[in-house]
Write a protein that binds this ligand. Sequence first.
Ligand code: FAD
Length: 310
Amino acid sequence: MLCLGVGNADLPLKPDHIATGAQKRIVRNPWRLSWLSRVGRSDTICILGSGLTMVDQVLALRVHGHRGPIRVLSRRGLLPHPHAQASHRAQPIEPELAGSREISALLQGFRRQVRNGADWRGLMDGLRPMAQGLWQQLSNDQRARFLRHGLAWWNIHRHRIAPEIFLRLETLRRDGIVTVNAGFLEAIEEGHRGVLVRYRQRQSHRSRSFNADWIVNCTGMERAGVSHSPLLKGMHRHGLIAADELGLGLSVDRHSRVIDCEGKPQPGLYAVGALTAGQFWEITAAPDIRVQATNVVGAIASRLRYGVRS
Ligand SMILES: Cc1cc2nc3c(=O)[nH]c(=O)nc-3n(C[C@H](O)[C@H](O)[C@H](O)COP(=O)(O)OP(=O)(O)OC[C@H]3O[C@@H](n4cnc5c(N)ncnc54)[C@H](O)[C@@H]3O)c2cc1C
């Protein structure tokens, strides 16, 4: 069974757009929190990405005594929404939408329900158990469309933060400690102190820059297809695995069986977790992986008990 998880995504920059002298100022894997011990109290931090990992890093910096400015840069500058203060019920989406194969029809239906008084958080929670099925009925074109245009919006509505955390972030923004910029990273150069971050501002397309002591990569999970690790690269070379069509991870069938380079499921070889996002999409959180792992374990037990070739 392949359950290798996925790492942090690479910086969204070509290597020749990063000055050699700037490399030591880049924190590529912020989940190794040891980087915090190198940060000076008033250092300027540039965080790339404005999702949950950014929020974690801002809070971790504050706990470690950092009091300097934190400049967040992401393509759209969108921040996660808070959970509701009061508990609410998951609400189903309209039954006719559940069979939709068009991402824009799904979105329009969702908006219509909100306009008609439904609580968006309840609808998002109602979508969660249906998300894998909805994803599987979309064509690859529709899935790619969702990744291009809808992903950032999905993330901020689906992956929410506790109201208290949201309030702390809002307070840091109001006090000018955290600033959020919407733009596309263009280059990381050596600055007179630390590094110079160049970016193209969203919509105005103006080139802008600012100095920072550290750049922290919080751009999200790696979508590495088959180049995730030497293990998978080797398996790919031998034709044992193939990338899914969107390059999110490995090609697997609906039973999580790994598909080889000839398009055949490999008997007895399964993948579990984020590597299977191409087939299941919502498969990174523990509750979804638990269900998948239970199904795979059941299939393996059947093989062992009855010698089934699956
Ligand atoms: C910041 C953050 C917050 C999260 N918060 C939540 C949350 O609140 N709720 C939730 O449900 N989920 C959360 N998740 C997702 C959660 O991490 C995953 O659900 C879970 O860790 C995935 O488990 P996994 O076993 O598939 O992968 P991982 O936990 O990533 O484990 C993969 C393992 O495989 C090993 N490995 C990788 N490659 C190789 C190799 N070539 N050879 C040998 N070993 C290898 C790795 O070292 C690692 O030990 C969060 C994730 C992050 C990053």
